[in-house]
Design a protein around this ligand. Structure first.
Ligand code: ADP
Ligand code: MG
Length: 254
């Protein structure tokens, strides 16, 4: 798909004998929000880690817009772009993990400003201005000079989202952004993700929050056993799942 923000085609990945991703193809269009659901061990995190080059794929293609990051030649050999091209690719996406991994010794403001200055070599005052506006947007006004341990889990996760957004990525990946949070803090994080969706930020969100996925996603992808078993509009997948495996999984949540 030429105008996809992100696409993976025929991606496979194994850890030793354990085949974790089997011929996965997924393309995301500008402004689209894709929710990925499925049982634990199904390969969701590995898929995001492959998409964000934290893990290498064994076969397939990975692209961000017009930039092909990894491809497989006729002999089945996978090659990745390097150097400046890889750096350019990496600034096209942001990743927010389950456990907010902010730098523990840096203030919230420094956490957000670090990568834009160090990696993207942007102007400090421009970056600070953007960081302060992201802090306000994430409802973190007053937390600028606090270090992560002084914040609640929900505040830390919102700071992590601000940090990812500060790189002006074309797409944001979330891996179970609320699973490490107490229920009363989950809502405030889902609220800011909802707000980003309303602003047409392109996102892939792995989540166990079914009501949230149904509500916020344009498309729902059900993954199990390293495969995309079923995908479609939320009303279809949740309201009228076609596959038995999807039905069995969703039954556990109702
Ligand atoms: P999910 O996020 O859907 O729960 P994961 O992608 O975390 O699934 O895991 C899928 C499978 O890959 C599991 O069998 C898991 O044990 C295995 N796996 C994940 N990461 C690694 C790794 N770094 N080394 C070996 N096996 C891994
Ligand atoms: Mg996972």
């Amino acid at each position: 798909m030429a105008d996809a923000v992100f696409s993976m085609e025929h991606v496979s990945k194994a850890f030793g004998d354990n085949v974790v991703l089997r011929d996965i193809s997924l393309a995301v269009e500008p402004g689209e929000v894709v929710a990925i659901i499925g049982p634990s061990g199904g390969g969701k995190s590995t898929m995001l880690r492959c998409a964000t080059t934290l893990e290498q794929i064994d076969a397939g293609t990975l692209s961000y817009g017009d930039l092909v990051v990894a491809s497989t030649d006729a002999d089945g050999q996978v090659s990745y772009v390097r150097g400046d091209t890889m750096r350019r690719a990496k600034s096209r996406f942001g990743l927010v993990f389950q456990s907010y991994n902010l730098f523990p010794h840096m203030t919230v403001l420094r956490n957000i400003m670090d990568a834009p200055i160090v990696v993207q070599k942007r102007d400090r005052s421009e970056v600070e201005q953007q960081a302060r506006s992201l802090i306000a947007k994430m409802g973190l006004t007053g937390c600028e000079d606090k270090v992560p341990c002084q914040l609640s889990g929900g505040q830390q996760q919102r700071a992590s989202i601000a940090r990812a957004l500060a790189l002006n990525p074309d797409i944001l990946f979330f891996d179970e952004p609320t699973s490490a949070l107490d229920p009363e803090l989950t809502g405030e994080v889902l609220k800011v993700i909802r707000q980003l969706a309303a602003e047409d930020i392109t996102m892939i969100i792995v989540t166990h929050e079914m009501a949230f996925a149904r509500d916020v996603a344009d498309r729902v992808v059900f993954m199990d056993g390293g495969m995309i078993v079923e995908e479609g509009a939320p009303a279809e997948v949740f309201g009228n799942p076609r596959q038995e495996r999807t039905r069995a999984f969703l039954a556990r949540y109702s």
